[in-house]
Design a protein. Structure first.
Length: 412
């Protein structure tokens, strides 16, 4: 690719990523909502009050990789942790799960919003109004009493605290000891905050981009308008998946899951500083990070995508149970590689072909908006005399022959 064409594609992909972002108002409304839930759970007089419950974001909302659903009417899924500092000595997982649920049900508004009155497998889900367009999955959990201090110190760039100290213990109805075990050492362990630290350490590509990692888990951190290349690439990957598996040809229940996409992408990221190089390199290397390992529990060799903060956890564990999940993942990778070739093929024939290709991969609406934003910027630059055309390539840029003003029409 010529440098001029590459710069065009980078700018269009950046615009596309911005179109996939939830809006600042949606983001702020979600933060306001889960802060309110946290205040209710921790309010003096609450049965949970002695254990200082705190609501923290996890998953894509915390990692900055959340995307809009394909259909505007569909909900945005926001994953949260309800973290308690300790518990009564006799509490089992069931006691903890019920205590959080009962406190939510004590609030007349939240009681109406609870999706399943008995709670899901691990979470309580609050469904907000159609106008809000989101629901919240709240995961009850227990942490060490020093967790808050450890979290703050661990996410400070100058600190090197082991991520396993950020692990939490959670409730799971499918665990054999759900209603019997009171010792949290025998409860299921998870480490969303250790994972977040690993992710941001992978995502930061330059010393000039270093920021306080604690911002990533701050429950009220500001809306992030500018994303790191890895964050943008993951948004594109997730949207490509959503479009591909919205087809009737596939069972959408078995489409690639976000945690596998995010983990493989972060492992494959080579610190490229623009979205195009990042995206191309990730897609070319992702499958190389899928291992085949012996599962000590089953004695069988399985496909393995390790949790980077817990090697014993396999994010692809369901592939052996539902082979279609593995089949779909590799079909998706094949399609990604095929679709990336269209970027090369579109060079020299105008951006219309690229527009059409991107629309098939990411959806008409967001792609047309991305190209329109690019076109509008070009129009402004032309009118100011700053937009020029390279004499050899005919690509628009800022070096070459000035392009005269004219009425810009269309998306390209």
């Amino acid at each position: 690719m010529t440098e001029e064409y590459k710069n065009e594609v980078v700018e269009i992909l950046e615009n596309l990523g911005k179109q996939l972002d939830i809006s600042e108002s949606q983001y702020n409304e979600a933060v306001k909502s889960y802060e309110a839930v946290g205040k209710w759970l921790s309010k003096e007089g609450s049965p949970l009050y002695p254990y200082k419950p705190r609501i923290l974001p996890q998953g894509s909302f915390m990692l900055g990789t959340i995307i809009k659903p394909i259909n505007d009417e569909d909900d945005i899924d926001i994953d949260l942790v309800c973290k308690l500092n300790g518990k009564p000595i006799n509490w089992t997982q069931k006691h903890l799960k019920d205590a959080v649920g009962d406190r939510l049900k004590d609030h007349s508004t939240y009681e109406e919003m609870i999706k399943d009155k008995d709670g899901g497998r691990r979470c309580w889900t609050l469904e907000y109004s159609d106008d809000a367009n989101y629901h919240m999955d709240i995961l009850p959990s227990i942490s060490d009493k020093n967790f808050t201090v450890l979290l703050s110190e661990s996410f400070n760039n100058s600190q090197h605290i082991e991520t396993n100290k950020l692990a939490i213990r959670l409730t799971d109805k499918e665990e054999y000891n759900y209603s019997t075990e009171t010792n949290t050492e025998w409860w299921m362990k998870s480490n969303p905050f250790g994972y977040a630290k690993w992710f941001y350490q992978r995502a930061i590509y330059s010393s000039t981009k270093i920021f306080a990692l604690s911002e990533s888990v701050d429950p009220v951190k500001p809306y992030q308008k500018d994303k790191l290349p890895l964050q943008r690439a993951i948004q594109l990957l997730k949207r490509h998946r959503d479009i591909m598996f919205s087809s009737d040809e596939f069972d959408s229940e078995n489409r690639p899951i976000s945690i596998i996409i995010t983990t493989l992408a972060a492992r494959a990221y080579d610190r490229s500083e623009n979205i195009l190089d990042t995206y191309v390199n990730i897609v070319s290397k992702m499958r190389g990070f899928i291992e085949t390992k012996l599962n000590p529990k089953t004695g069988l060799y399985e496909r393995w995508v390790s949790n980077p903060v817990n090697d014993e956890e396999n994010f692809a564990d369901k592939w052996s149970e539902v082979p279609q999940k593995e089949e779909y993942f590799y079909k998706w990778l094949d399609k990604l590689e095929e679709d990336l070739e269209t970027i090369k093929y579109s060079q020299g024939v105008g951006l219309q072909r690229l527009n059409e290709s991107f629309s098939a991969q990411y959806g008409d609406k967001v792609v047309n908006k991305a190209f329109s934003a690019y076109g509008e910027k070009n129009r402004i630059l032309r009118e100011s005399g700053l937009r020029k055309m390279a004499s050899r390539t005919g690509i628009l840029g800022t070096v070459g022959t000035s392009v005269p003003n004219h009425n810009f029409e269309g998306n390209v």
